[in-house]
Write a protein that binds this ligand. Structure first.
Ligand code: C2E
Ligand code: CA
Ligand code: CA
Ligand code: CA
Length: 279
């Protein structure tokens, strides 16, 4: 291939240019999407051992006018890099609280909690706790039914600020779950300092639970750790009954995954709940 000054074949440079252009297009479109009602909150049930829905996790989707429904894996990383995660996270917070406010009127939903994913960048804004309090109040959302899912990378900088914000919000009744636990760099010392309510066992450990000799002791250790810290535990990505059984035997009694429910629009989630109610 013909070489440019930096010694790379030209088709590599072309590929890089295409990728950059694609990213810029996506960024422009995402900015537009946030302001023009193209985002959707899908909900996935969180269930207990009896199979009752005790909560839901909100998972954002992008209803693109031409490309169709886009998964967060395709735009959250870009949103993080460009700062669009801030307006996006704000939209998720408002939409989640709007739902919780609405659910207040519905007896079937009275005990269902809602978990929202919060990115590190969003959480690190100095006024994050105030933002949450304002939105909760504006939509009449019961704070004790709101859970915020954080990731371990929060601990890499400013643990003190993190702990202070968490304490402020917990005082209001908001709960905190540590997402994707076991995949990051948690120092156990910090983990002990964080005012958390729940650990979420990452899908990677659940997936391998019945396949890989290592996954089971890891899951067992996470569950024991949660117990010793007085935290609740929930497993994500539960797809088979075998996985569920292993988890129950290890002491995990709350689950989320395709075995129970697929992420779906809020209205479908509510309908499925009512169907369970009748059954
Ligand atoms: P996450 O928070 O770990 O969410 C769990 C992911 O696992 C979701 O993917 C969910 O659809 C998927 N999942 C649930 N059950 C199963 C299962 O049984 N098997 C398999 N294979 N997958 C399952 P999704 O919806 O594509 O979201 C991907 C990630 O995008 C999330 O991972 C989260 O990190 C991020 N994300 C989603 N919504 C938001 C949001 O509103 N804000 C932020 N900051 N991030 C979000
Ligand atoms: Ca999550
Ligand atoms: Ca997760
Ligand atoms: Ca995950």
């Amino acid at each position: 291939a013909k070489r440019l000054g930096d010694g790379r074949p030209q088709f590599f440079q072309q590929a890089q240019e295409d990728e950059l252009e694609e990213r810029l297009t996506l960024e422009r479109e995402l900015r537009h999407a946030i302001d023009h009602d193209e985002l959707r909150l899908y909900l996935q049930a969180q269930v207990n051992e009896a199979g009752n829905t005790i909560g839901a996790e909100a998972l954002v989707r992008w209803q693109h006018p031409e490309r169709g429904m886009i998964s967060p894996g395709h735009f959250i990383p870009l949103a993080e890099q460009t700062g669009l995660i801030l307006p996006l996270g704000d939209w998720v917070l408002k939409e989640g609280c709007r739902l919780l406010g609405e659910w207040r009127q519905d007896p079937r939903l009275q005990h269902v909690k809602l978990s929202l994913n919060v990115s590190v960048r969003q959480f690190q804004q100095p006024d994050f706790a105030d933002q949450v309090m304002t939105v909760v109040a504006a939509y009449g959302a019961p704070p004790e039914r709101l859970t915020l899912e954080l990731t371990e990378s929060l601990l890499l900088s400013d643990p003190e600020g993190t702990i202070n914000k968490m304490k402020t919000l917990r005082h209001l009744g908001v709960s905190f779950a540590l997402d994707d636990f076991g995949t990051g760099y948690s120092s156990l010392a910090y983990l002990k300092l964080l005012p958390l309510d729940t650990l979420k066992i990452d899908i990677a450990f659940v997936r391998d639970l019945t396949l890989d000799m290592q996954a089971k002791p890891i899951a067992a250790t996470i569950i024991a750790l949660a117990e010793s810290l007085g935290l609740g535990i929930i497993a994500e990505g539960v797809e088979t009954d075998d996985q569920r059984l292993v988890l129950v035997n290890l002491g995990c009694h709350l689950f989320q995954g395709f075995l129970f429910d697929r992420p779906a629009p809020a209205l479908d989630f509510v309908k499925a709940l009512s169907a369970d109610h009748v059954a």
